[in-house]
Design a binder for this molecule. Structure first.
Ligand code: ADP
Length: 548
């Protein structure tokens, strides 16, 4: 016997319809490319998203067509999220920090028909355009007619203006109702190994992820919140903020391209931000700025940190010095992205050191998703906080196949997706990533966690940022090498720094060398690029240059 409850397809447009109807006056504040602030409301944004859907139809975009965006976080990018997918097409967010070659590869692979772009990306578009295979019919600049830049495009690709399209389109449009399994968004992984691969989210997966994200044990946004997604909307749907905030009726503050510590702190205070989310690099930048300037955060309550391991020193500093709670999250493009979340909890009898150790782990599986660790033979490993294994996940918003491949081709027969991360899980289900499998350091057959070594380095007062990589070694195969950037005005004494490891890790974990750099290379998603560092320092312990 089936239940007798209503069944309505889970569609992305329902989120913005809900926000317009029930939280219509709630604000979306965007810092635009020129630095000015723009204000709108959910009601106004929904109207413009409808106009966009009409404009797309006029341009011949049909259900299932891919429409690309190359844009910072702003109200217009949000209109694209809803106008494109809400009308049945696929919103394909492209990462503008990739090379022109990769951008062209991605646009060709997805066979995008339109590209909506911020004016700051004109050079990138011009560099990529000659490599396009002929699917793209127009580039639409996200600006008003008076702001239209010159863009050199090959014949066959038209240049259009976003605001002109919106002005010309009517509002008389009803969001269509269709199968919830329809593709809504497409996002390519950064391609740190091989060419980027597309992850194709469905309306259903996005809605379920949004509901899970707004659960009390996860982001748990509320109407009193003013949420600032620092994570870009071109990266895994901005971790879902552009869905979760309107679903909850929380205000959104979009920082645009200005992500340095001073700009982030100013926007947080000026716009009374309560919660924000992003990668550790941005928060390390914010912390350095606050410490150097003496500025305080007046309304911030919670920082959600993920994308790479959050150093315990960062959790402690924000909590102790600024009264801001850090919540550590783990996920990936293939998991929409939320997989685990380290929710604040009270553990009777726990001392401060143990609490910090617990909070620094990547957290507990979110309801709707399951995880396990397995050895190389696929044998499940115990949850004892010691045994480590390959982390696998399955759930309502985990990818089943990459774009263009048959369903189920990215998982095993039981639906487990192998993440490429190596982790331990404590008896109570707190997961800790020890490494990405390709970053693992194997010294004399023993695994050394680069993340743990980096966390210890970043906890030292003279260190701003750190990375540990495996360098080739004639006797041990691989040995850790520590690459560090000093804090402003500080110098690093390698011997003192290595001394800090004594007693904290087994002696054989202590790095063989320290290299002081002015800066570390970052990937297109703002994480430290270990790939670039490995290329540069792989032979550091064997080459005569480094010995000298
Ligand atoms: P890319 O890093 O290639 O841009 P993703 O954003 O999908 O692509 O990255 C997902 C990966 O980032 C995870 O598999 C994991 O290695 C790493 N990651 C994400 N969050 C965390 C975290 N909190 N701690 C450690 N690693 C993390």
């Amino acid at each position: 016997m089936f239940g007798l409850m209503q069944e309505r397809p889970l569609l992305v447009a329902s989120i913005i319809q809900h926000a317009a109807r029930h939280h219509g006056r709630t604000e979306i504040v965007s810092r635009l490319t020129d630095g000015t602030l723009h204000r709108t409301s959910y009601a106004a944004l929904e109207r413009r998203a409808r106009r966009l859907a009409v404009a797309l139809r006029t341009l011949g975009i049909a259900s299932g067509d891919r429409v690309a965006t190359l844009a910072w976080n702003s109200f217009r990018h949000m209109e694209l999220y809803y106008g494109i997918s809400g009308g049945g097409a696929v919103c394909h967010t492209v990462n503008p920090r990739l090379s022109a070659d990769d951008v062209a590869y991605i646009l060709n692979d997805a066979a995008d028909r339109l590209l909506f772009a911020d004016t700051s990306f004109v050079p990138l578009i011009e560099a990529a355009a000659p490599m396009l295979a002929g699917h793209l019919q127009a580039v639409v600049m996200l600006c008003a007619a008076a702001e239209m830049p010159q863009v050199a495009l090959p014949p066959g690709i038209a240049l259009l203006c976003y605001e002109t399209l919106i002005d010309a389109a009517g509002e008389d449009y009803a969001w269509p109702v269709f199968d919830e399994r329809t593709a809504a968004n497409l996002c390519y992984t950064s391609g740190t190994t091989g060419r980027p691969k597309g992850v194709l989210y469905s309306h259903r997966s996005i809605l379920l992820h949004t509901m899970a994200e707004n659960g009390g044990a996860v982001f748990g946004l509320r109407p009193a919140d003013r949420a600032m997604p620092v994570v870009p909307m071109f990266h895994v749907n901005g971790w879902g903020s552009a869905y979760a905030a309107p679903a909850a009726g929380a205000a959104l503050v979009m920082p645009g391209r200005h992500l340095d510590g001073a700009s982030v702190a100013k926007l947080m205070n000026d716009e009374r931000v309560t919660v924000s989310a992003g990668v550790p690099t941005v928060w390390l930048g914010l912390l350095s700025h606050l410490r150097a300037s003496g500025e305080r955060l007046h309304t911030m309550q919670r920082l959600i940190i993920g994308g790479s391991a959050c150093p315990p020193a960062l959790i402690e500093a924000f909590d102790r010095e600024y009264g801001v709670t850090v919540e550590h999250a783990w996920g990936m493009t293939e998991s929409s992205p939320l997989g685990t979340f380290n929710t604040p909890r009270i553990v009777p009898g726990e001392d401060a050191a143990a609490a910090l150790q617990r909070k620094a782990k990547q957290g507990h599986a979110i309801f709707g998703l399951d995880m396990r660790i397995v050895d190389d033979a696929g044998q499940e490993q115990p949850w004892d906080g010691v045994a480590s294994g390959n982390l696998q996940i399955r759930g309502h918003w985990v990818c089943s196949a990459y774009y263009g491949n048959p369903p189920g081709s990215a998982t095993d027969a039981e639906g487990w997706f192998t993440t490429g991360d190596v982790a331990t899980i404590s008896p109570d289900g707190n997961m800790e990533i020890t490494d990405r499998s390709k970053d693992v350091i194997k010294s004399g057959g023993e695994w050394i966690s680069s993340i743990l070594l980096e966390n210890i380095a970043v906890a030292q007062p003279e260190v701003a940022e750190a990375a540990v990589i495996a360098a080739a070694h004639p006797k041990w195969d691989e040995r850790p090498v520590l690459l560090v950037v000093p804090r402003q005005g500080q110098t690093i004494d390698p011997a003192r720094l290595l001394g800090a490891y004594r007693g904290q890790v087994p002696n054989y974990w202590i790095p063989d060398a320290v290299v002081v750099l002015d800066e570390l290379p970052h990937t297109a998603t703002g994480k430290v690029s270990k790939l670039a560092l490995r290329k540069r320092f792989r032979d550091h312990l064997t080459s005569s240059a480094s010995a000298a």
